[in-house]
Design a protein around this ligand. Structure first.
Ligand SMILES: [Zn+2]
Length: 361
């Protein structure tokens, strides 16, 4: 639905949620879910084209930056005016002029884009998504009430949501950080969007998305809620996912039922590698590596990005992390990097091992 795994676009809302909404008795909700699924699927050919392009073509298309020099945030925000092509999008904000904006959605994505760029640069010296200064391009008000946000290989795209089940997809900084991190992953391990490697791709986006939010809010591992999309999914008791307790993001939601994420490997959900099966449940089984990270970070204490974040970034950018990596590969690499960064018998190594034991990997 969101993509096939050879040229995916990366959505925040998995097919199983939209499938439930398509069955709604409320015709508008059912119709919007059908439309959101269709739109999510459309841009995969663009992404395949970008991936197959030469560096020159990518520079022309803005997929990589042609700019050299000191690392500076480059960001553009466009109003897509509820259309489904990008040709009429109106430029609302450009980091070179830094003009004031009035819309809440624009303010949200500017803050999220800046927090994400700062996170990667200030902590890891990374110059934007591609580490070559790529412009962070963000499009708000895509389509009419689209129930999704996605990364298509060169831009981040946000729907307004239906206003009943989903609020605007700009409402959570972790969702913005999640989409931007799909771009980082694409330029690093480029994890195949299928089964375990696809769930790892999703998990890295949740892990870095949550850290970007926690750092922006100055929350330590104990005060943070570890929820992804708690504003995007409307209703005080609901969020899209919980990293602290996978499977409890939403419970007994009147339309969506209960969050199907497992926290442990013995509950791994073996789904078909098709669009309907979410390519082997990439948004479902991501609960397992998410939970391993949460336990590791929690046991280290302090701020998630200070220690656990450094370890997981070293894993994501390790050249030996294969495109078809399995959970156990990330487990092994996270232990190796914890040992390198903090010492062989350090508490950080113990915490990483505790994380993977808790997730039963
Ligand atoms: Zn995603």
């Amino acid at each position: 639905m969101c993509k096939n795994h050879f040229n995916p676009i990366h959505c925040i809302i998995p097919p199983h949620m939209l499938d439930k909404l398509m069955l709604s008795d409320n015709k508008e909700i059912a119709d919007l879910a059908v439309n959101s699924s269709f739109r999510s699927n459309r841009y995969r050919s663009d992404r395949a084209f970008f991936q197959a392009s030469t560096d020159h073509a990518k520079t022309v298309l803005g997929v990589i930056s042609g700019v050299t020099g000191p690392a500076v945030l480059q960001m553009s925000v466009y109003d897509n005016k509820h259309r489904t092509d990008f040709t009429h999008a109106k430029l609302l904000y450009d980091s070179t002029t830094n003009q004031a904006v009035t819309s809440k959605d624009a303010k949200n994505v500017i803050a999220g884009g800046k927090a994400s760029w700062d996170f990667y640069f200030q902590l890891f010296g990374r110059n934007s998504i591609d580490n070559k200064g790529m412009t962070i391009s963000q499009y708000i008000h895509y389509d009419r009430k689209m129930e999704n946000a996605y990364w298509d290989g060169r831009r981040m795209v946000y729907g307004d949501g239906d206003g009943v089940i989903f609020a605007s997809f700009t409402s959570d900084m972790d969702v913005i950080g999640h989409e931007l991190t799909h771009g980082v992953t694409e330029h690093e391990a480029n994890l195949e969007y299928s089964k375990q490697s696809g769930a790892l791709n999703e998990s890295f986006s949740d892990i870095f998305g949550i850290m970007i939010k926690q750092r922006f809010l100055n929350q330590d591992v104990k005060t943070a809620d570890w929820l992804i999309g708690e504003n995007v999914l409307k209703g005080k008791q609901y969020a899209l996912r919980s990293m602290k307790a996978p499977g409890t993001g939403y419970v007994n939601h009147p339309l969506l039922g209960t969050d199907p994420q497992p926290a442990t490997m013995d509950k791994y959900v073996d789904l078909p590698d098709t669009s309907q099966g979410d390519y082997g449940g990439v948004h479902i089984n991501s609960g397992i590596p998410n939970f391993a990270f949460y336990v590791a970070a929690y046991n280290m204490g302090g701020y998630s990005w200070d220690k656990a974040g450094r370890i997981w970034y070293a894993v994501l950018t390790d050249e030996s992390l294969a495109q078809d990596a399995q959970f156990v590969d990330v487990k092994n690499l996270s232990i190796v990097h914890a040992e390198k960064l903090f010492g062989l018998n350090s508490p950080e190594v113990t915490a990483v091992k505790q994380g993977w034991i808790a997730a039963k990997v």
